[in-house]
Ligand binder design. Structure first.
Ligand SMILES: Nc1ncnc2c1ncn2[C@@H]1O[C@H](COP(=O)(O)OP(=O)(O)OP(=O)(O)O)[C@@H](O)[C@H]1O
Length: 264
């Protein structure tokens, strides 16, 4: 991290859900700074609060305590400044790829010609130029998610928040989408916070991996991925990658207080 102020800052973020009248601590005092242009992934056992963390950052959930700052401003609700991509594609089914990508620009009252040009640029960025006029129902899952990425990018958000965006895709498509996303990120640098269940995906994409622990949900360990970009198949198959993957795997699967690791 440099001396400049962080792009995203979680400060003492705490969240308690009411579960059948009982308090349940989903996030316990999360402190985390993410620098401008970083690609940070979050992994951890099921129920450790990854989506809760994302929802707080997106402004979809107000935390019980603490705050999230983006560019120094407190997150108080959803904003186009933060592009959010979920596992479900969330495209408008009656709109073409182009219209879906243009939608946020239309809301922002951008003129038609500029909107069209901008949409073209981001459709090209995700490799969907030949499908710009297609409806979502005619696209594969991977293509729908490319469209969602183009749509999020088009409104020029300060940060991209991605919650298991490739979770519904088959393994091969997933690997392709990882490369597309990294390619887009290299060409159009944004700060990315990306949640995944997949340890390989977490390491392949990130310059830092946040490993969370459950009960209560918290940051367990932060692992730097000291591998160069662009990430390639050679890197994916390298001993250096395997070593970092093993570290992350170990810290996800061997957490003393995680329910999975509890003595029987
Ligand atoms: N609206 C809610 N009301 C009550 N409890 C909730 C609510 N949302 C989440 N929880 C609980 O909070 C904890 C954290 O949930 P969260 O979805 O953030 O975890 P996660 O790490 O994203 O899980 P997964 O990997 O399984 O998607 C879980 O135990 C979950 O049951």
């Amino acid at each position: 991290m440099t001396g400049t102020s962080p792009k995203i800052s979680f400060r003492g973020v705490h969240h308690v859900f009411d579960v059948a009248g009982n308090p349940f601590t989903a996030l316990d005092e999360v402190d985390l700074d993410i620098a401008d242009g970083e690609f940070v992934t979050v992994v951890g056992p099921s129920g450790c609060g990854k989506s809760t963390l994302m929802n707080v950052a997106a402004g979809l959930l107000e935390p019980s305590g603490g705050e999230v700052l983006v560019d120094g401003g407190r997150v108080r609700g959803p904003s186009p400044q933060r592009g959010v991509i979920f596992q479900q594609y969330a495209l408008f089914p009656w709109m073409s790829v182009r219209e879906n990508v243009e939608f946020g620009l239309k809301i922002a009252r951008m003129g038609k010609a500029e909107r069209r040009a901008r949409a073209e640029r981001f459709i090209e960025l995700v490799g969907l130029t030949d499908f710009a006029d297609a409806l979502p129902k005619t696209l594969s899952g991977g293509m729908k998610q490319r469209c969602a990425i183009a749509r999020a990018y088009a409104v020029d958000p300060a940060v991209l928040l991605m919650d298991e965006p490739f979770g519904a895709l088959d393994a091969l498509t997933r690997v392709r989408l990882q490369d597309s996303l990294l390619d887009a990120w290299t060409r159009e640098r944004r700060t990315v916070l990306f949640i995944t269940h997949d340890v390989d995906e977490a390491v392949y994409l990130a310059n830092r991996v946040i490993v969370m622990a459950a009960r209560p949900g918290r940051v367990h360990r932060i692992i730097d991925v000291d591998l160069p970009y662009p990430r390639t198949e050679e890197i994916r198959l390298s001993p250096e990658f395997a070593e970092i993957r093993n570290q992350v795997w170990h810290s996800v699967h061997h957490q003393p207080s995680a329910p999975e690791a509890a003595p029987r």
